[in-house]
Design a binder for this molecule. Structure first.
Ligand code: OGA
Ligand code: NI
Length: 348
């Protein structure tokens, strides 16, 4: 059960009473001797041209093989030529900043209720000794339209609702194209993943705010986790770094590439691809001077859908790795706060 509400991080900062113990990570003692803010190398992931991926030209095939190589090693790509203009992306960044800059009372109009996910607030607290993430967020289910709960959609700043609706519709096109491209890159029928993802799939968009933090060496923005989605579209802050991905036990920072959308594989795509495409563990570190924002959209298969490795990717040489799962996201949240990986529960 969720514990009673705690202040948001912005409220903690505004109160000026110093840094509560609850945010401090003790050294783990299991070999991670580096402080959280230690310098890490940048990952070498490609920028992929979404338009080119679906063309049947020679360049298209090359792009598909770049996609295959990135998703089977890092599980992450930067996508360019995605059809969403720079001006539109800038509008989303601007509205996100404006929302979090509003007075607390105004933001509380969209407040999350205890025990539910949607709405504005701090990290969910499930245990008394849980170390808290240095993040405030606004979490909204944006699709399908009949599942929208408008009380969580801010009326201020002006244009927020309309822009989020428009962004949702634009993302839907990107999502469909990306699913098809992933299928092609694995020599499957275009709709192999889309059919499993289903007509009833949902989209959840999370607006994230990481205020400046006095102890980036001991406080984390988002604990290490992999996403429970099929995949996630992310607009990382354009100026402030913080997102890091893990590969072979080491951390690497995500590059900032203007006007691209960062797409990372989630657990459910890892399952559908029988482990060929990796759902990467990632985290967000904090920054002493600057606030950071990001906007993540989780593409979640329909609750009625059974998610399992597609038949064509199972063979004697590559036996089936995962069980069939359903409503994966529900089990996900519990594991996350315990720092465990839910996908382990799906392994055969
Ligand atoms: C997430 C996430 C990264 C970021 O919301 O799952 O990993 O850059 N966010 O905020
Ligand atoms: Ni994530």
């Amino acid at each position: 059960m969720e514990k009673p509400k705690f202040k948001t991080v912005q409220e903690v900062v505004a109160a000026g009473e110093g840094l509560p113990e609850r945010y401090l990570h003790a050294p783990t003692g299991d070999g991670e001797v580096q402080p959280l803010n230690a310098a890490v190398p940048e990952m070498d992931i490609p920028a992929i041209d979404l338009n080119l991926l679906l063309s049947s030209s020679e360049e298209g095939r090359e792009e598909l093989s770049k996609l295959h190589s990135a998703l089977s090693t890092w599980g992450v790509v930067q996508v360019m030529n995605h059809g969403i203009t720079e001006a539109f992306l800038d509008k989303i960044y601007k509205l996100t900043k404006e929302f979090f800059a509003l007075p607390t009372e105004e933001k509380q109009k969209c407040a999350r209720e205890i025990g539910s996910i949607q709405g504005y607030g701090n990290d969910m607290i499930l245990w008394d000794d849980q170390v808290l993430d240095w993040i405030d967020r606004l979490y909204i289910t944006t699709y399908p339209e009949d599942q929208r709960q408008l009380k969580f959609w801010p009326q201020v700043p002006t244009g927020f609702r309309e822009t989020l609706h428009e962004y949702t519709m634009k993302q839907r096109i990107v999502i469909e194209q990306f699913f098809k491209a992933m299928a092609r890159s694995l020599e499957l029928e275009d709709n192999s993943f889309l059919d499993m993802y289903g007509e009833s799939a949902t989209m959840d968009t999370r607006f994230n705010m990481y205020p400046p933090c006095p102890r980036p060496d001991k406080v984390i923005g988002v604990k290490p986790h992999a996403d429970g989605s099929a995949f996630t579209l992310l607009l990382p802050d354009k100026d402030v770094e913080g997102l890091q991905f893990q590969k072979d036990g080491k951390w690497y920072k995500a590059p900032i590439v203007p006007d691209t959308i960062l797409i990372n594989v989630g657990d459910q795509m890892e399952i559908m691809s029988n482990g060929i495409y990796k759902s990467p563990v990632h985290r967000v570190v904090t920054n002493r001077e600057k606030e950071r924002i990001s906007v993540a959209t989780f593409c979640i298969p329909g609750a009625d859908k059974e998610i399992q490795p597609v038949d064509e990717l199972v063979s004697e040489a590559r036996p089936r790795l995962y069980k069939t799962v359903k409503k994966y996201v529900e089990l996900y949240f519990k594991y996350y706060q315990q720092g465990r990986r839910p996908i382990e529960a799906a392994l055969i």
